[in-house]
Structure formats: structure tokens, C-alpha cells
Design a protein around this ligand. Structure first.
Ligand SMILES: *Cc1c(COP(=O)(O)O)cnc(C)c1O
Ligand code: SF4
Length: 328
């Protein structure tokens, strides 16, 4: 048997994109699941490596719940909307979200390697915010003209979905701005598609003069496979600082045991916890919400059981606020 891992582009192309195939692979009967009949608008997308971290024949698997389109998404909850965190009001140029002092966020692509059902940018108008060559020049000019911007955050979508050429050019252009001291990348790819962390990509990070901070996004310990641990070790060796943010999700990680195991295992992989986010109230996500009182008591149990440096900050995003709101 050939055991060489496929290159990441092949793995991406071979990701599961329909529920029938996914159910067959996981030995689940689709007729027994409360499936969303039509999920074309926000398709199913999940790389095989991530599926291999799921337990077969378990309809409640915490990783499966993050990617399976279910009928609950059609339920309307009060207070849920298409732009829950006020992204659109904070767009100061095409592809540029400037909400917080000193930090500016670039929407690098609308695509992701995985489609998370709880995504708060599910309804984001990516088509209108594409950074064409010309729009990118305008975004860079926006940053260059504001010496108070010391950190550029690459986001999306998932910035590591860009190929090496595009990402290299983008990092070169951003790092050429003298007042930019840090470049931060928010990505779920090291977790869901660790093959993306190639020698070429590591070289691009090494060649970037600024500090590179990679904020990963893992929600459950089962996501952190050996391949993920290896990718993290490679990144750390190339002086990338690894942090993690999770979203607190009902049925995924809303119990103290899951959160404990996640944070222990993150540190085993050389990743420090950063944020534990309360769910952003985007339409179709209500079934994932964990009540605030429960969130606070989960945090208390983490504080009682973990060293301080492994306790994430519980935060929520509030449209119009000057920073994320800390709870507890
Ligand atoms: C979360 C976020 C940031 C970064 O905030 P930190 O608290 O520094 O992590 C920056 N810009 C936008 C638009 C954000 O949503
Ligand atoms: S990887 Fe991030 S941006 Fe992409 S679907 Fe998941 S939560 Fe949303």
C-alpha cells in the first residue's frame, strides 16, 4: 500500500462534499440523521484527515457535529442576524476590517478547507470584498498611511488556502511597511489540513522579518492528530508563535472534560490557548449556543484544574465595541 501522504492540493480536492459519501464512510445511516435537505448555499466541505479523527458510527461525534448540515440551521432565533459582529460597518476599504486600535484585518480569501456550520462569517459577502491586485494595493496604502497600525491580521476565509506564491507576495508586501511589527494569521488549516504546512510554506515564514503569530482554531482534543502535532512542531521550529482560539459550542465542547483535554493537548503540541469565544449570533447558528451562565461555570472549572497559562480568556465580540468583551 502506498502510504505517502497526498499533496495538500489533492487532499483539498478530495475533501468530502456530500453527506451521502460522508455517512457511508462513517458507517452512519443518513435516514436516521436530522439532515438539512439543501445545503448548496453553504456546502459540506471536510478533508478526509479531519474525518479520520471522527469516531465511526457515532452520530453525536463532536467533530462531525461541527461540519454536518442539519435542519436546526433553519430555525430562526431572536437576536441572530447576518452580520452579528458588525464586520460590514468596520470595513474601511475593500477587504479591510479596521475595528480595533493598532490592528487591521485583511480578508485574504473567502474559501476554507473546511466549512464549519457555526461559522460567524457564513453570510459574509466575500464576492464584494475580493482583493484584486489593484484593491490589494489600496489596502496596503491604507495601512501604510496609518503609522498606528502595528499588526496586520490575515483572515478570511482561510489565508493558508492561498498558494505559496500568492501568500509569499502578500507577506512580502505587508512586511515592507515599516511600522508593521507583527503579522498574525488566523487559520484552521494546520488543524484540518496539516499537509498544507510544507517546507516551502515554512521557508516563507522564516523569510518574513516580522514576528509571525499563527492563531489556530481547534475546538476539541480529537482534532489534534499526530499529523497536526507534527505540523505544529515544524511551525514552532520555524519561530512561528502558535496560539489557539476555540468557539464554545453546544454538543461539541460544552463540558469541562472536553475543554480540559483540549487545553492539555494544545500545550502538548506547543500551542498556547488564547481565546474561548462565545458564539457569535449569526443566523442559523442558534442550536450551537451555550448559555452564558454555563460558560462562566466551565471557565471556573478550568481555572480550578489547569495552570494559569492553559486557561483561555472567555470573550465575546460586540458590534461597535473597541475590543472583544472579556467575561468572568
Ligand atoms: C478579533 C479581531 C481582531 C483581533 O483582536 P485581538 O483581541 O487582538 O485578538 C482584530 N480585528 C477584528 C476585526 C477582529 O474581529
Ligand atoms: S475555517 Fe473559520 S472562516 Fe472557515 S468556515 Fe470554519 S470558522 Fe468559518
Amino acid at each position: 500500500m502506498n502510504t505517502l501522504p497526498l499533496p495538500w492540493q489533492r487532499q483539498l480536492a478530495e475533501a468530502f462534499s456530500n453527506v451521502t459519501d460522508l455517512c457511508r464512510y462513517l458507517e452512519l445511516d443518513p435516514a436516521q440523521l436530522p439532515l438539512l435537505p439543501d445545503y448548496k448555499e453553504f456546502p459540506l466541505r471536510v478533508p478526509r484527515g479531519f474525518v479520520d479523527c471522527m469516531e465511526k458510527a457515532n452520530p453525536c461525534d463532536p467533530l462531525l457535529r461541527q461540519v454536518l448540515p442539519v435542519r436546526d440551521e433553519l430555525v430562526l432565533y431572536p437576536g441572530y442576524s447576518h452580520d452579528p459582529v458588525g464586520d460590514l460597518n468596520a470595513m474601511t476599504a475593500t477587504g479591510v476590517i479596521h475595528k480595533y486600535h493598532g490592528r487591521v484585518l485583511l480578508i485574504c480569501t473567502g474559501g476554507c478547507a473546511v466549512n464549519c456550520r457555526y461559522c460567524f462569517r457564513k453570510h459574509f459577502p466575500y464576492g464584494d470584498q475580493q482583493l484584486s491586485r489593484q484593491k490589494l494595493q489600496q489596502a496596503l496604502a491604507y495601512i501604510s498611511a496609518r503609522p498606528e497600525i502595528t499588526e496586520v491580521i490575515l483572515s478570511g476565509g482561510d489565508p493558508l488556502l492561498l498558494n505559496d506564491d500568492k501568500l509569499g507576495l502578500l507577506l512580502d508586501a505587508v512586511s515592507a511597511i515599516p511600522h508593521v511589527r507583527r503579522i498574525r494569521i488566523h487559520s484552521r488549516i494546520p488543524v484540518v489540513l496539516p499537509a498544507r504546512i510544507t517546507a516551502e510554506l515554512l521557508q516563507i515564514f522564516s523569510d518574513t522579518p516580522q514576528k509571525v503569530v499563527l492563531v489556530l482554531h481547534a475546538n476539541h482534543a480529537n482534532e489534534l492528530s499526530q499529523e497536526v502535532a507534527k505540523a505544529c512542531a515544524d511551525l514552532t521550529r520555524h519561530t512561528v508563535t502558535l496560539l489557539n482560539q476555540s468557539v464554545l459550542l453546544k454538543g461539541v465542547n460544552d463540558d469541562s472534560q472536553s475543554l480540559l483535554q483540549l487545553h492539555e493537548k494544545l500545550f502538548d503540541c506547543g500551542i498556547l490557548p488564547y481565546y474561548l469565544h462565545c458564539l457569535d449570533r449569526a443566523s442559523g447558528l442558534g442550536h450551537f449556543e451555550v448559555p452564558e451562565a454555563q460558560a462562566l461555570s466551565l471557565m471556573q472549572s478550568l481555572r480550578e484544574q489547569l495552570p494559569g497559562y492553559l486557561v483561555p480568556k472567555l470573550v465575546k465580540e460586540q458590534a461597535g465595541a473597541a475590543h472583544k468583551i472579556r467575561l468572568g
